[in-house]
Design a protein around this ligand. Structure first.
Ligand SMILES: Nc1nc2c(ncn2[C@@H]2O[C@H](COP(=O)(O)OP(=O)(O)OP(=O)(O)O)[C@@H](O)[C@H]2O)c(=O)[nH]1
Ligand SMILES: [Mg+2]
Length: 199
């Protein structure tokens, strides 16, 4: 973690509690509920498909993160946009670039940072984060901060991280770098993004 990020987090610790709304969106079976439960340090072995939505409040670096996990089944997708109002951060994964572009065009998401979790990295069949970033055309997102975070929500482990134009972290020679605990780093990134927005 860079010194800059660390100092932002340290500043956060001394500030009064702030509440943030984070929305998790993605196709069914992507692992959103598993990620939500992992973030809340809950058991992740018995999770069923989400019919509507789940909300959990997670404390991170003195921030209260109200995380909304929206079901990704086809029948629920038409309602996704109803959940976007007052969003501070959009977390996504496993949507097509068209779906992501359409979602992020929603005016309630103007300038809202985007964190993409490239989940299920424990599976040999998982697409690498760089491939997902390319598939989603993340490099074309110039009007918002974005980050792609490879992880396994099941194990809580992360593999690699690549960051967008925010400059908090420079990509390595292949556009990726190893990272020991990317779920936590994802939360750190969220905290720093929000802090910057609230300044
Ligand atoms: N191998 C592996 N399996 C995972 C991972 N994350 C989630 N899963 C599994 O994927 C399945 C779907 O996970 P969910 O968390 O229910 O997925 P979801 O995105 O909430 O799905 P919907 O609620 O239908 O939108 C479950 O069987 C999880 O155990 C992961 O990182 N690795
Ligand atoms: Mg779910």
């Amino acid at each position: 973690m860079g010194d800059g990020l660390l100092s932002v987090i340290q500043k956060l610790k001394g500030s009064p509690e702030q509440e943030l709304r984070i929305v998790l969106l993605g196709l069914d079976n992507a692992g959103k509920t598993t990620l939500l439960k992992r973030l809340a340090s809950e058991e992740v072995s018995t999770i069923t498909p989400t019919q509507g939505f789940n909300i959990k409040s997670v404390q991170s670096h003195g921030l209260k993160l109200n995380v909304w996990d929206i079901g990704g089944q086809r029948s629920i997708r038409p309602y996704w946009k109803k959940y976007l109002g007052s969003t501070d951060l959009l977390v996504s994964g496993f949507v097509s670039w068209q779906e992501l572009a359409e979602l992020t065009e929603d005016e309630s998401l103007t300038g809202v940072p985007l964190l993409v979790f490239a989940n299920k990295q424990d599976l040999v069949t998982a697409a690498p984060a760089a491939e997902i970033a390319e598939g989603l055309s993340l490099h074309t997102y110039r009007d918002r901060e974005w980050q792609i975070q490879a992880c396994s929500a099941l194990s809580g482990e992360g593999v690699q991280v690549e960051m967008g134009p925010c400059g908090l972290c420079r990509a390595g020679p292949k556009g990726l770098r190893s990272h020991p605990s990317s779920l936590q780093d994802g939360m750190n990134w969220i905290s720093s993004q929000i802090m910057n927005r609230k300044k």
